[in-house]
Design a protein around this ligand. Structure first.
Ligand code: AMP
Ligand code: ZN
Length: 501
């Protein structure tokens, strides 16, 4: 197993050599979507980033249990812990549907989009509403351990006590407890039930109009947003697991509060390594639906958006995402997409060339060493905190060489067949298995093949007709003309088939 893999840990703010808790296995939890509206491209970026991380860990030989949840209750408007309307509940009211219909509709849409971007399904996809008993149990544990208190049917986490006892409050986000205490949130409902404004709700008593509600020892209510991730990661990955991920907008309050809850319930912090992906920007500004600075994946594919001049294919967009490291912001612009589209095509063309390029090297020489270094450098870049842009840059050095081999500007002298084959395999594995790209150009030629095959069967039928009329010269003419363009007809028991010479 690879021990050279280094991952940047948001907790220590350092790149650390990755050492899984159990040898050969990785437990990874990533905060999934809140299914109250169509997934936007920013969400897609985060899930593509973790898809590549998942794929690379598997490539290294780890058995990965990847848990990515679906949030279908408790996430309130404004990302507050009390006082806001539930995002799903609000949508259900507006669309006049059951909250579960909303969850289902947007979960299906989310899965469709993940498939379009060729994002692998996680090992498990638990939903918050399917884990209400586990969440209630966790609230009970936190209460028993003295890290929470009940007030008027709601239960609040005692943040001050946690900060004092653990000394780790703010480790992820850098927030200071004193600042939180002085932050006024008086405009929100139920704030007066809290002992301290830094406390947050882990169980909320439902108002009469609240749609989603469950029985609990404290009230008919619903769990706080952060609780689902603590309860479901513990259930499926254990109290302590390897990697916890999400977009960096979740560091506070979501992840900070998750750490607090786990500590309150089990006396330990959940993940050894915290990974945060950076935000997707549109023309330099954070993508946001509310101020119109956003683009939906469908608009990107069709080109139906004032922000772009044409449509881009899902794989060109995936390639565009790969060109930036997951911890850097990614600015979506029309120019950048056009460049990505060209780069993606060049990469796919080089792959196709490499697969059919005849080997013409021989004795091992200088070029062998050079190619071997390229191969290991692609791995090294990925081992360095999944550096996809640098790994891609290395692959493009290979692309240039492949094109020079093809054009005859550079010979294969000094390259051994074994290294040449290794290069082919590495190129293929990185493009398709690790980067998760698909060859849309080849898929396109699949379509062309279908068209040609249809036309060929039309010609074969016409030839059968002329032969039935014993018009031998017409039949021969068809056969000879096809032969002149390299197509041969084979008459067999099942009928006539066609093929290339
Ligand atoms: P949500 O559906 O809002 O709960 O978010 C789902 C995931 O998408 C979370 O991991 C967020 O951090 C992430 N996310 C939200 N907005 C963006 C953005 N503009 N760029 C990248 N990731 C985002
Ligand atoms: Zn979460």
């Amino acid at each position: 197993m690879n021990s050279a893999l280094k991952i940047y840990n948001s907790l220590s703010k350092e790149k650390e050599v990755f050492q899984p808790i159990l040898p050969g296995r990785v437990g990874m939890y990533v905060c999934g979507p809140t299914v109250y509206s169509n997934v936007h491209l920013g969400n897609c970026r985060t899930f593509v980033s973790f898809d590549i991380i998942y794929r690379y860990l598997q490539f290294l030989g780890y058995k990965v249990r990847y848990v990515r949840n679906v949030t279908d209750v408790g996430h309130l408007e404004g990302d507050v812990d009390t006082g806001g309307e539930d995002k799903l509940g609000k949508r259900a009211r507006l669309e006049q549907l059951e909250p579960m219909e909303i969850a289902h509709k947007y979960t299906v849409g989310f899965h469709d989009m993940m498939r379009i971007f060729n994002v692998l399904p996680p090992s498990l996809e638990p939903r918050a509403t399917g884990h209400i008993p586990e969440q209630i149990e966790m609230v009970q544990q936190i209460l028993e351990n003295g890290y929470a208190y009940e007030a008027n049917g709601s239960v609040y986490f005692d943040t001050l006590k946690f900060a004092e006892k653990s000394g780790i409050y703010g480790a992820l986000s850098g927030r200071k407890i004193e600042d939180l205490i002085s932050e006024s949130r008086d405009n929100l409902k139920k704030q007066d039930e809290k002992r301290n404004s830094a406390d947050f709700a882990i169980w909320i008593k439902a108002d009469p109009e609240h749609l989603m509600r469950w029985n609990s020892p404290w009230s008919v209510g619903f769990p706080g947003w952060h609780l689902e991730c603590s309860a479901m990661s513990t259930k499926y990955l254990g109290k302590t697991f390897d990697i916890h991920g999400g977009g960096n907008d979740l560091k506070f309050p979501h992840h900070e509060n998750e750490v607090a809850q786990n500590y309150g319930a089990c006396g330990c912090t959940p993940a050894k390594t915290w990974m945060h992906g950076n935000m997707l920007l549109l023309n330099g500004k954070k993508m946001s639906k509310s101020d119109g600075n956003s683009i939906m994946p469908e608009e990107l594919f069709t080109g139906n958006s004032p922000h772009i001049t044409k449509g881009y294919s899902p794989m060109a967009v995936r390639f565009f995402m790969l060109q930036t490291h997951y911890r850097s912001t990614l600015d979506l612009t029309d120019d950048a997409l056009q460049a990505a589209e060209k780069g993606y095509r060049r990469l796919m063309e080089a792959h196709a060339t490499l697969q059919v390029l005849p080997f013409s090297g021989g004795a091992t020489g200088a070029q062998d060493q050079e190619v071997k270094e390229w191969i290991s450098s692609v791995h090294e870049e990925m081992d360095d905190d999944f550096n996809t842009p640098k790994a891609l840059a290395r692959l493009f050095e290979i692309v240039s060489r492949v094109n020079s081999w093809k054009g005859g500007q550079v010979s294969m002298e000094g390259l051994s067949e074994a290294t040449f084959n290794e290069l082919k395999t590495t190129f293929h594995t990185f493009l398709f298995d690790i980067f998760g790209l698909q060859d849309e150009v080849a898929a396109g030629s699949d379509d062309s093949f279908k068209t040609i095959d249809g036309l060929m069967h039309l010609i074969i039928d016409m030839r059968a007709d002329v032969r039935a009329r014993k018009d031998w010269s017409a039949a021969d003419k068809i056969r000879d003309t096809l032969k002149s363009v390299g197509i041969v007809l084979k008459d067999g028991k099942e009928g006539t088939e066609w093929g290339k010479e």
